[in-house]
Write a protein that binds this ligand. Structure first.
Ligand code: PGA
Length: 252
């Protein structure tokens, strides 16, 4: 891996105060793997508590609104994420695209808002099983990224990462092969270079998500342009998540 591996846990709608001990164990464990950048996205309600305690990991949110403030009942803005101690935000997760009907233009606006608030941002993309099977995955991802990526990132290149998460691999235990992941990441790398130029495009980290576990991480993360992982289910256990971090450290 040319970049420092980036392993991000996404707790989705899991976690209450009784799970602070899990976040604490992840934080403590992460100090053994300084070659890896470890981050955790608990639900908003735990953001402040987790970020207050975390010493070794980044703590962020799973979403934010595109506006800074306003009459948007129930929403949380990027400056609010920062105020709660968050340092990054995930935008464009397929669950938000599907269940909250977020389109790529919305994702782009959210990514811009996050960068403007000084946060790091992980922009997610991923094709459905149907698109993969019909051979349209590359075309789909190209279009999705074209619509979702910030237009310019100026001095924020080191704060942008891409999450490639094939929808059919999320929470299913089924994954693409390591070669398929690496192929798609190389396509994404080309898209980034074309959009932001050689230097910036090569610096942006591209992380894979979808059924990453401690026992498949070494294989899935070994390919070219695979710079880390976005982990759902396996991030709910400190032992499982740190197993993935450990595998990434061995590759670094
Ligand atoms: P999973 O989720 O690891 O449970 O497949 C990944 C994600 O949705 O980020």
């Amino acid at each position: 891996m040319p970049h420092r591996p980036y392993i991000v846990g996404n707790w989705k709608m899991h976690g209450t105060r009784s799970d602070l001990s899990v976040a604490r164990a992840i934080d403590r464990g992460a100090q053994r793997y300084l070659k890896v950048e470890v981050a955790l996205a608990p639900p908003y309600t735990m953001l402040h508590a987790v970020s207050s305690e975390a010493e070794w990991i980044g703590v962020g949110a799973q979403n934010c609104h595109a506006e800074q403030s306003g009459a948007f009942t129930g929403e949380i803005s990027a400056p609010m994420v920062a105020d709660a101690g968050g340092s990054f935000v995930i935008v464009g997760h397929s669950e938000r695209r599907e269940y909250n009907h977020e389109c790529s233009a919305t994702i782009r606006a959210k990514a811009g808002a996050a960068l403007e608030a000084g946060l790091r941002v992980i922009v997610c993309c991923g094709e459905s099983k149907g698109m993969r099977d019909s051979g349209d995955a590359v075309e789909f991802i190209t279009a999705q990224l074209a619509g979702s990526l910030p237009e310019t990132i100026e001095d924020a290149a080191d704060r942008l990462a891409i999450g490639y998460e094939p929808i059919w691999a999320i929470g299913t235990g089924v994954t693409p092969s390591a070669a398929e992941i690496s192929d798609m990441h190389s396509t994404i790398r080309d898209i980034l270079v074309e959009r932001y130029g050689e230097q910036v495009g090569r610096d942006i980290r591209i992380i894979y998500g979808g059924s990453v576990k401690a026992d498949n991480a070494a294989e899935l993360l070994a390919g070219d342009n695979v710079n880390g992982a976005l982990v759902g289910g396996a991030s709910l256990s400190a032992e499982d998540f740190l197993g993935i971090v450990s595998a990434a450290a061995d590759l670094a």
